[in-house]
Design a protein around this ligand. Structure first.
Ligand code: SF4
Length: 383
């Protein structure tokens, strides 16, 4: 089967999954302005940005020959649960009757449907091979995430600008070629050394700025839609950590509740201090992670939300209260097709100035709405 999938984050993981199941993989291109334009053109205007971008990705994958598109579903009171059917209807209306869309909903929602889908994509590969290869893939995701976390900690202190990103690109290319578990562990060690040998400047612990990135999964994970925020922050000398990594997402979502990591349950509990019921998307996790980042000594939070995302809109409305009570500055950045990079950059730079000033004890301010004003004032004074 000529299989493709939505592009989100380290897409080589999904590619590897279908290679292990012996499919012909049609790698979707990394989303660009064209992807966005296609998605916007054929999606309902009121839809949130992930639906539009994924729509554009599907159309580009079909252009490259994809006949089967595999995606995850959604549940809870946000729109993600309707995405699959919406995409399917749009594809039909465009005449792609021969393209099949396979939607994986959470197994606990409907075990039968889940296994029917597994049977479809298993592609006749014997079960013992499937299990063995899925375990390799599980470790593949874990190792790739570990390396990405290293990248986020090294980039702010690199001496040669851009070197960490260059090495990270090479790492992904190396991982793309991995075929066996043995190879995985060897390549992982090699890549770790590549990262450790990047020359960095020494920065005292007390001078380091750490920012947590939280929000809806697509905008948090996909750099093409968030303007590469991790790189932007890294280049400003800021260490970052996301609330979502693929390995943790697998453990938190695909494992039965009883077996889920303790850390995940703690995050949910922390989030429920402000949002008592599950309202879909990642709202409760977003709040839980904000509190968790603060407890772990982070200096600030960047909250990414797709424009018109209902769960994250609830989070955003709670942010002034959380920010004040927990005493941590939070910058909320709504993202949609109109978002301009220059405006976003200005806000991020102002935010980092605020964090630096707090670190030096020059201000206790946490209100982000005032950041621009403060920076403006500072500039006037300097003039
Ligand atoms: S979480 Fe937000 S962006 Fe994602 S589907 Fe739900 S409403 Fe849309």
């Amino acid at each position: 089967m000529k299989v493709s999938f939505p592009y989100m984050g380290s897409a080589i993981v999904y590619k590897k999954l279908f290679e292990f199941l012996e499919h012909e993989v049609i790698m979707p291109p990394k989303p660009t302005q064209r992807t966005m334009d296609l998605g916007v053109k054929y999606s309902p205007e009121f839809a949130c940005i992930p639906l539009k971008m994924v729509m554009g990705t599907y159309l580009e994958a079909i252009e490259k020959g994809a006949k089967v598109l595999v995606t995850s579903g959604g549940h809870g009171p946000c729109r993600a649960g309707f995405y699959g059917d919406t995409h399917r209807n749009i594809l039909k209306s465009l005449g792609y009757d021969d393209v099949e869309l396979i939607i994986f909903d959470a197994p606990q929602d409907n075990w039968r449907a889940f296994f029917r889908n597994v049977q479809k994509i298993r592609n006749g590969v014997p079960w013992h091979k499937v299990i063995n290869r899925m375990y390799t893939l599980y470790r593949f995701v874990q190792k790739l995430d570990e390396l990405e976390k290293m990248v986020q900690k090294i980039r702010p202190y690199e001496i040669n600008k851009g070197q960490t990103t260059q090495v990270w690109n090479q790492i992904q290319e190396k991982f793309d070629k991995i075929k066996t578990r043995k190879e995985l562990y060897r390549v992982y060690e090699e890549c770790k050394q590549m990262l450790l040998s990047i020359p960095t400047r020494k920065v005292e612990e007390k001078d380091r700025i750490r920012v947590g990135i939280v929000g809806e999964i697509y905008v948090v994970m996909e750099s093409s839609i968030n303007f590469g925020i991790e790189e932007i922050l890294g280049n400003l000398g800021v260490e970052v950590e996301r609330s979502l990594y693929l390995f943790e997402w697998i453990n938190d979502n695909l494992v039965p509740w009883i077996l889920r990591p303790k850390r995940f349950k703690e995050i949910i509990k922390k989030g429920q201090r402000y949002i008592k019921i599950l309202i879909g998307g990642h709202a409760v996790e977003t709040v839980g992670h904000i509190i968790d980042f603060k407890e772990r000594g982070f200096d600030g939070i960047v909250h990414l939300m797709p424009f018109a995302c209902l769960p994250e809109l609830v989070t955003q409305s709670l942010i002034p209260k959380i920010s004040k009570e927990v005493d941590i500055p939070i910058l909320s950045l709504p993202i949609d097709e109109q978002t301009g990079k220059a405006n976003m950059l200005t806000r991020i730079e102002a935010f980092i100035d605020l964090l630096k000033n707090r670190k030096k004890g020059k201000t206790k301010e946490v209100f982000i709405d005032n950041v621009q004003e403060h920076v403006e004032e500072e500039r006037v004074v300097m003039v």
